[in-house]
Ligand binder design. Structure first.
Ligand code: AMP
Length: 304
């Protein structure tokens, strides 16, 4: 009897300290089940929201989540191609959805919990509430993609309510998204710490993106022009010579020199509010969105 009791104590103690990552990874599709589960999982719970089609950039965020959750907390990811953040003429239908591969990669990188709902599980047909951010989302991608950021804010708020994460990680590649989510968390008092992760790049400087797979060989060869020009623009900002309008015009022309590039926008803005700056000096966010064929790529450089 005594031996059995000791054995029980051992089992209890080991399940308490065993790293969560060596236990089975859970895949949940049902929002109600997720809400139930997260009230029982070890904390901190660190969330990485994604649309799947994972690459090294996403996986760096997951590794960071694993680290922040330490051995005993929960590293979680959502994989959901959110229809409400796509415009009518955008790539919702063709967006890649390699879920088997994604879930294997998440598991290998220390993820404990995946939430992968279908759109009808997330949205009632007669839904009538959404979150609209009214300042930071008026410019850059918000100007080019009307409604995009209210789609993003609404789905991220839903994910926050479903997971109740302690920490949520977002990539600096989507700087405007990161700024808007940070503002939403502040303005709506979500008890969540937003953590930024630096942009992960291909060896030639192209920012990793799930959309890079759409590029033809020729487009792929030219795409690093975006980061190359932003890098040279940073140098100009540090030298402090010339005007902001001159710099922005220069960025546009330089990117456009790649024959397949069509600049959607090129901007130099204040990173705190994304408004155009008047003086050519740090801190400054240099950012661009560029079409290669139908593929729209974004990138930025923060000059601090
Ligand atoms: P997405 O699946 O494109 O919605 O991205 C999910 C998260 O990964 C967002 O927070 C993105 O900012 C982040 N992310 C995407 N690409 C990169 C990258 N190359 N480096 C760092 N973070 C990234």
């Amino acid at each position: 009897m005594v031996t059995i009791r000791r054995y029980n104590i051992f089992i209890l103690a080991s399940s308490f300290w065993l790293p969560n990552s060596v236990l089975e990874m859970r895949i949940i599709n049902d929002p109600a089940k997720l809400q139930q589960l997260v009230s029982q999982v070890p904390r901190p719970l660190v969330l990485v929201p994604t649309m799947g089609a994972l690459h090294e950039g996403h996986l760096a965020l997951v590794l960071r989540a694993r680290k922040l959750a330490r051995g005993t907390g929960t590293a979680a990811a959502s994989v959901f191609v959110n229809p409400t953040q796509f415009g009518p003429s955008e790539d919702l239908e063709r967006y890649p959805r390699p879920f088997e591969r994604d879930s294997a990669l998440l598991k290998q990188n220390g993820c404990d919990l995946i939430f992968a709902p279908e759109a009808p599980d997330m949205y009632y047909p007669d839904r009538s509430v959404e979150i609209v951010e009214n300042a930071l989302s008026q410019v850059m991608c918000g100007a080019s993609r009307p409604g995009h950021f209210s789609g993003v804010c609404t789905v991220v708020a839903k994910l926050f309510n479903l997971f109740r994460p302690d920490i949520a990680i977002f990539g600096a590649k989507d700087f405007q998204q990161l700024a808007i989510i940070t503002r939403m968390v502040r303005d709506l008092n979500f008890p969540i710490r937003v953590e930024a992760h630096p942009t992960v790049r291909e060896p030639d400087g192209l920012a990793m993106s799930s959309r890079n797979v759409y590029l033809s060989a020729e487009e792929r060869e030219q795409a690093p022009v975006i980061q190359k020009v932003l890098q040279r623009a940073e140098k100009k900002v540090r030298e402090g010579r010339g005007s902001v309008t001159g710099l922005v015009e220069w960025m546009r022309t330089q990117i456009q020199r790649a024959p397949l590039a069509k600049v959607d926008y090129a901007v130099a803005v204040d990173p705190a509010n994304l408004q155009t700056v008047s003086q050519l000096r740090p801190p400054m966010l240099l950012a661009a969105a560029v079409f290669f064929g139908d593929t729209r790529l974004i990138d930025n450089r923060l000059v601090e």
